[in-house]
Design a protein around this ligand. Structure first.
Ligand SMILES: [Cu+2]
Length: 330
């Protein structure tokens, strides 16, 4: 029985399409999506993977088919037919990829823009950032670039107070990259931490910079990556949506121990986050008052000095112990 070519082509096309869609949905390549922005990124990634799988199957399939269908017969010693190309075929296989690339470019830019705007709700936030950046700039005295960059970020908006009242103020965290660690400073409370603690479902603005060379702040579960550049402040606006512990990775080769420049991002429930903030604040004050006492180990000393209720005390200790002993997730 001979199947007509048109029908055969149609069937192959449908099969390739189904296979591509299946691969794009069931690839298991991405870790869990822990931020609101991740869904947009994942949609883009899924589309790209579907297209890539389809093209791969088409090209490799045609190659494999040709290997067998046009194989030299054992008794055939003649030359192949002289073929000088096919103009319409070349137009088709140039136009289709060109349109795909153009569409992907526009789609990517669209996703990029929507992500950049999520979390930066209202200009009150920007004014807030502005104040903070000035503080940072003042801190670093000689660093005039920082101030210049900062001002270009801020557009004065007379309507800002009205906008601000309707939105949740994003949590501000200043992120410092240095060889080979991350430092997180919470300007509202003065907390400094080696790990990024965040409350779930609250917008966050990270103000990122570096002290020595260029680094890049990356949390795969948030699907977000941003350069950390000395003398300049870059931002990431996002909203964590899943509680959990996620790796923070430096994604810019920054020196001999670049591979070890890792820490954790911990997304807490609201009360848990507040407990962490409180424990840090208590730890800060007690560190000043009992700094001279050296009879206990730093860890016991630290926990005892906090004088927290038992359950908090325990959870804090286990948190510390975990941070100490568990190999960092990667
Ligand atoms: Cu680095």
């Amino acid at each position: 029985m001979k199947v007509p070519t048109a029908i055969l082509t149609l069937i192959i096309g449908i099969l390739i399409t189904l296979a591509s869609l299946w691969v794009s949905q069931n690839n298991g390549l991405l870790p869990i999506a822990a931020a609101a922005e991740a869904t947009e990124i994942d949609r883009l990634f899924t589309a790209m993977l579907a297209i890539a799988t389809g093209l791969f199957l088409l090209v490799q399939g045609a190659l494999l088919y040709s290997l067998f269908a046009f194989r030299r017969q054992p008794d055939d010693a003649t030359d192949a037919e002289p073929i000088h190309g096919d103009v319409s075929l070349e137009i088709v296989w140039t136009a289709i990829p060109a349109m795909l690339v153009l569409w992907l470019g526009i789609y990517s830019f669209d996703v990029y823009q929507s992500i950049d705007s999520v979390g930066t709700m209202g200009s009150h936030n920007m004014a807030h950032q502005h104040g903070e950046m000035e503080m940072v700039a003042a801190d670093q005295g000689s660093d005039s670039t920082r101030l210049v960059v900062d001002q270009s970020d801020v557009s004065p908006d007379p309507l800002s107070p009205a906008v601000a009242t309707e939105t949740v103020e994003p949590l501000q965290v200043n992120v410092d990259g240095l060889q080979y660690a991350w430092l997180f400073t919470y300007p509202d409370t003065g907390i400094i931490s080696g790990e990024l603690h965040l409350p779930v479902n609250r917008p966050v603005t990270l103000n990122i910079t570096a002290r020595d060379v260029i680094h890049a702040f990356w949390v795969p579960e948030f699907r977000l990556k941003q350069d950390a550049v000395p003398g300049q402040v870059t931002h990431l606006n996002f909203q964590p949506t899943e509680e959990g512990v996620y790796p923070v990775i430096c994604a810019e080769l920054c020196g001999a121990y670049h591979g070890a420049m890792k820490t954790r991002s911990i997304v807490h429930s609201g009360p848990e986050y507040q407990a962490w903030v409180d424990s840090q604040l208590v730890a800060n004050t007690s560190r000043e008052t009992v700094a001279q006492s050296v009879t206990t180990s730093p860890l016991e000393h630290h926990a005892a000095a906090m004088g927290l209720p038992d359950h908090l005390h325990e959870s804090h200790q286990s948190d510390l112990a975990q941070a100490k002993h568990s190999p960092s997730a990667s």
